[in-house]
Design a protein. Sequence first.
Length: 138
Amino acid sequence: MHTTLREALQVTRRAVADGEPGTTAARDLLLYCHGFCVALDGHHRSEDRVLFPSIERAHPQLAPVLRQLEQDHSMIAHLLGGLQSAVDSRAAPDELDRHLEGVAAIMESHFRYEERQLLIVLEALDLDATPTEALGSF
């Protein structure tokens, strides 16, 4: 899922770079930004609701790591809200790129931390949920 979200962010950033008001690229940008925001937020909501409680039941010592990841999710949701507001107001490409750069920086830091802390745990976790329920869909 992280790889897919990273790729979606790159597509969105390319759409911003190519977009000019009133063009097909600008209209596409609205779809890319909206799709990316929904996918990333859905991924984090699924982790908070399904995946992290399962991890914590199996590995209670990871509770501090999970709380940090949930805090990151909240921060990213705030940044996505700012990006969505900029998209809705049809902000200039440079402003949209600033929003995307902020999301990209926090998202990448978050993903790397999560991967370092949880990858081995996830490989062995006996999860009583579908991947879509635990990770969201894209």
